[in-house]
Design a protein around this ligand. Structure first.
Ligand code: SF4
Length: 251
């Protein structure tokens, strides 16, 4: 993974965040809240590198948050520092009740993330944090969020199991009572891998979501896994934003 030398992300000031993009109002496109009006704050940086290994069979759809072989983190179109106050003011100036804090991996910037989540909840907003499930959430963040949308990565993402499956983090998220677990799949065989993780970490709310950056690919994926997902007692997520807007950025 191409982390920036001297990357200050883990020591970023608690009153600022490194942001890739903000957008909305739009719809939450995935998971249990799909279809709800929302605004999105996408933080820069990730601790995984999905899709860059030869063993990978799908690619990260937000490589501009972390892949410095392809994107320049000094380019303000790629990453910029914003104060928590400015981000709060922006989100609160817009009508949607739901604010989605996503990445990259937003929990890398836990200090600023906590401040932002606490401020949004104090103002009456619903807050979803989207995470890859490799970092243990601190109690302040657990208290502040409405829900964690946890998306643990399967072998097809290409990173080693040691990097993508962090037992303490997954167990902690499973215990906190606010997490739903959404797995990106591109073939039926991956459902057994999900079942093993669900058993191992006592995951209660499992969602399966087909990979795809075109409406056709998402529909084919939904059809391929629907019956088996139903039979296993899990939920099925579409990618509504892809069905409507394809892979247009900022949607
Ligand atoms: S965890 Fe998410 S943002 Fe990070 S590399 Fe994987 S798909 Fe991309």
């Amino acid at each position: 993974m191409g982390r920036v030398r001297g990357d200050p992300v883990t020591t970023a000031r608690e009153d600022e965040l490194i942001v890739a993009e903000t957008f909305g109002p739009t719809f939450q496109g995935e998971g249990p809240s799909a279809g709800q009006q929302a605004v999105f704050i996408r933080l820069s940086r990730c601790n995984l590198s999905c899709g860059t290994h030869t063993s990978a069979s799908w690619a990260c759809d937000t490589p501009y948050t972390w892949d410095w072989k392809r994107f320049d983190p000094k380019d303000p179109e790629v990453a910029r520092r914003e104060s928590v106050g400015a981000l709060l003011a922006w989100a609160l100036s817009l009508p949607p009740r739901l604010v989605v804090l996503t990445g990259g991996e937003p929990m890398l910037q836990w200090r600023g993330l906590e401040r932002l989540a606490v401020g949004l909840r104090a103002a009456g907003r619903e807050v979803e944090v989207e995470t890859n499930g490799t970092l243990v959430p601190r109690p302040t963040l657990v208290e502040a969020v409405t829900a964690f949308n946890v998306s643990p990565k399967l072998a097809a993402a290409g990173d080693s199991e040691r990097r993508r499956i962090v037992p303490d983090a997954l167990a902690s998220l499973a215990r906190c009572g606010k997490a739903r677990f959404k797995f990106v799949v591109n073939h039926l065989g991956e459902l057994d891998e999900i079942a093993a993780l669900a058993r191992r970490f006592a995951l209660r709310e499992v969602w399966v979501m087909p990979e795809g950056t075109t409406a056709g690919a998402v529909l084919d994926g939904l059809r391929a896994v629907a019956e088996e997902t139903l039979a296993r007692g899990w939920h099925l997520s579409t990618r509504q934003h892809v069905l409507i807007w394809g892979d247009e950025r900022g949607r």
